[in-house]
Unconditional design. Sequence first.
Length: 371
Amino acid sequence: MDSSFATLSRCSALLLGLIAVGAHAGLPSYSCKRLATTGDGRYAEPSAINKDGRVVGRASFRDGHGLWTWGAVQWKDATHASPLDPLLPPGYTGAEAHAINDGNLIVGIAQPECDDVCWPTHPVAWHGRTATLLALPQGSLSGRTYAVNRHGRIVGRYTLPDSFTEHAAMWHGGRLRDLGTLGSRKNRDWQDSTATAVNDAGTIVGFSDTDSFQMHAARWDADGQVHDLGGLAGLIESQAWSINSSGLVVGNSMQWHGSDRLTHAVAWVDGSVVDLDPQAPADVRSTATQVNDQGAIVGYKLKPNGSVAALYWPRWDHKPVHLEDLVDGSCEAGGESFSLGYTHGLNDSGVIVSTGQSASGRTVAFRLTPR
C-alpha cells in the first residue's frame, strides 16, 4: 500500500511538472541574481535597465541624524552599487532614480533639505559624476521625471507657477516644455497630466484629466498633438506607462463591471485597447509597466491580501505568466527565498529587474537574465 501510494505520488508530481512545462513551452527561462546591497539593506527597488545592463532605482538609507530616507542608486552590474545622492548640489537629498538611457543619462528626483516633512521634489539628471537640477519656472513648487530617450528628451511633470496643478512636461536642451492636457484650454489651470514614457521617435505617453475630470491614458505626438487613448468598456480611468519603438503602448485601465471596479493591465494596439489580464478575479488589480522593442511586456498584480506578484507577457496577445514560473530554481539571497513583486525594468535583450520580498519582510532587488 505504501509503495503504491509513493509511486502514485511520484507519477502525479511528474504529470504536474509536464503540464507546467507544456504551459510555458516556447517561453524564456531565467536565472535570478540579487543585485548588490546598498544603503541600510532594508529596502531596494530597481526602476529601469538599459541595453548594457546598468540598473537604476532607489534604496533605503540612514541620514546623518539616524533617520530613514530614500536614496538614488545605480547598479553598474550585479555586484557594484553606487549611491547617487552624494553627487547632488548642496541642499538636496532623498533622491530616487527612475530611468536610464543607453548613453547612461539617469533621471529622477531629489528633495530639498528641510527641518520637517518635505513634499516638493525637484527633477534631476545624472551623467557620469555630475548631477544637474532641471529647470522649473519661477513659482513652480515641484517637478518629477519618469523617463528619458536616446536623444536626451526627458519627460515627467511639474506644478504650474503659484499653483498645485501638475502638467506633463518635457525637458530638452535645458528648457521645459508644457505638454498640456486632454481637456480644453479653458480648464487648463485645473487639470492635471503626467508624462511617463517617451520613445526614440519622440512620442510621449502618460495620462491626463479630461474636461469631465476623468484620468485617461494619453499620447503626445512629436508635434505636440495630444490624443485620448481611452480604455476598456465601462472606463473609469486609465494610465499609460510605457511605449516602444513601434508605438505599442501598455498600462492599465479601471472599469465598471456590474458593481465591481476592475483594474486590468492593457495594451493599446493599432488604435484599439486590449485587456492583457481578462481572467483576473474582481479583487485582483494588474498593470503593465514596461514593453521592450521586441514586444515583451512586464508588470505586476496586487492581490487582496496585499501581496504583489510579478507578471510577464511574451506578446500583447499572450496570457500573463507569473514571472517566478519562468525562473530556474528560485530567487534567493542570504539563505532566504524571495517572491518577485513590483517589476518595472525590461531591456531589449530581455533582461528584467524586479523587487523580491521574503517572508521576513526584506525587500531586495533582483536581476533576471534569460538563458
